[in-house]
Design a binder for this molecule. Structure first.
Ligand code: NAD
Length: 350
């Protein structure tokens, strides 16, 4: 297993391996780039098939965080951590405390947040031994409601702002009245996005594999439900993927009628080549890591002390960043994803 010549290494500043025999902790903490500030990113716990798989995942995700935070104009670098193990079987208080000690040993070069396989209570256990965890403080969220660290309201608001910027660019209007939007997945982010859109007068078509969530959107927001495998082919103006990755692929593009893709899901492009294919099909794609940055913005302000207004104002800059990406993409003819990467690099490479 190579490190410096690993295909995902991409000039990481630091890759740390931690092991503790007593608690069984096996963890990797990667710091991709800290030019803009300390590296912040989720701490994932996962039963990887091999150590090599864990390394690939942490390197790829860590780099992604550098790009996301830079694009969001945050004074943060990019990093990520993985704990190797099944969260249902191998997670213990002692292991989480040991992870806290590992985090502390890096003196703040990396700050951990919640991710797949870890929860806010898990991070609170780590915090017994470190200052360097984020997203765990009770506070007032951007919607004015008490918030326990869940970034979903901020992510949903940022996605709404970004969707509006995409609609303004593609259709030349700020008015969402009557706009038809298909939302794939009405969970934490998707349902909140649906609420914003409903309040703005949009017409909603939704799908979810969890029937109770579909009902919530149908009964509460007047949405129309469609089958999960039909959502991306609806006769709509906008598709908002808010469930899983790789939704933009050869099959979905062949059937898609929407002219805008603007949703919160991570890693929406199945392959890098789909970025250009989307553009060539006349569809405007709001790059996922630009439009779904509301959560990381929220977490950043938790650490600096903030008012919900300040967070909201920063989240609204997602619209400006996307407008810049769309403009550059039109000028060069390249896909919006490529442009977003380049804009992020302008913001973090010194
Ligand atoms: P969630 O689990 O609360 O919601 C996802 C929903 O999608 C669930 O209701 C699930 O039943 C549904 N779903 C799964 N497969 C589906 C399918 N094939 N068709 C339709 N629905 C399906 O997760 P979330 O927090 O709302 O996050 C949604 C997406 O946004 C994820 O890709 C996540 O990585 C990304 N994201 C979330 C945040 C955040 O703050 N929560 C931040 C950035 C990115």
């Amino acid at each position: 297993m190579s490190i410096f010549s690993h295909p995902e290494f991409d000039q990481h500043e630091q890759v740390n391996f931690f092991h503790d025999k007593e608690t069984g902790l096996k963890a990797i903490i990667a710091v991709h780039n800290s030019n803009r500030g300390p590296a912040l990113g989720g701490c994932r716990m996962w039963q990887y098939g091999s150590d090599a798989e864990a390394l690939t995942d942490v390197l790829r995700l860590s780099k992604g965080m550098t790009y996301k935070s830079a694009l969001a104009n945050l004074d943060l670098g990019g990093g990520k951590s993985v704990i190797i193990g099944n969260p249902r079987e191998h997670k213990s208080e002692a292991l989480l405390e040991m992870m806290g000690r590992a985090l502390e040993s890096l003196s703040g070069r990396y700050i951990a947040a919640e991710d797949s396989g870890t929860s806010v209570p898990d991070l609170q256990v780590m915090a017994r031994h470190t200052h360097y965890v984020a997203g765990i403080t009770e506070r007032t969220g951007i919607d004015g409601l008490p918030c326990n660290g869940d970034p979903s309201p901020a992510t949903a608001y940022g996605t709404f702002v970004g969707l509006k910027a995409a609609v303004a660019h593609k259709f030349g209007t700020q008015d969402l009245t009557g706009l038809r939007v298909a939302i794939q997945g009405v969970g934490n982010v998707g349902f909140r996005l649906a609420k914003h859109l409903h309040e703005a007068g949009a017409e909603l078509i939704v799908s979810d594999i969890y029937p109770a969530f579909v009902e919530r959107a149908v009964n509460g927001l007047g949405a129309t439900a469609v089958a999960a495998d039909a959502i991306l082919a609806q006769e709509v103006d906008v598709v908002a993927p808010c469930a899983l990755g790789a939704t933009i692929n050869d099959q979905s593009l062949a059937l898609m009628k929407a002219k805008v893709i603007a949703g919160a899901a991570n890693n929406q492009l199945e392959h890098a080549a789909h970025d250009q294919q989307v553009r060539d099909a006349g569809i405007l794609y709001a790059p996922d890591f630009a439009i779904n940055a509301g959560g990381i913005i929220d977490i950043f302000y938790e650490r600096t002390g903030h008012t919900p207004d300040k967070v909201r104002t920063h989240i609204e800059t997602i619209g400006d960043t996307l407008a810049e990406i769309f403009k550059r993409s039109d000028a060069s003819g390249e896909g919006t994803g490529v442009i977003a990467n380049r804009l992020a690099e302008e913001r973090f490479i010194r």
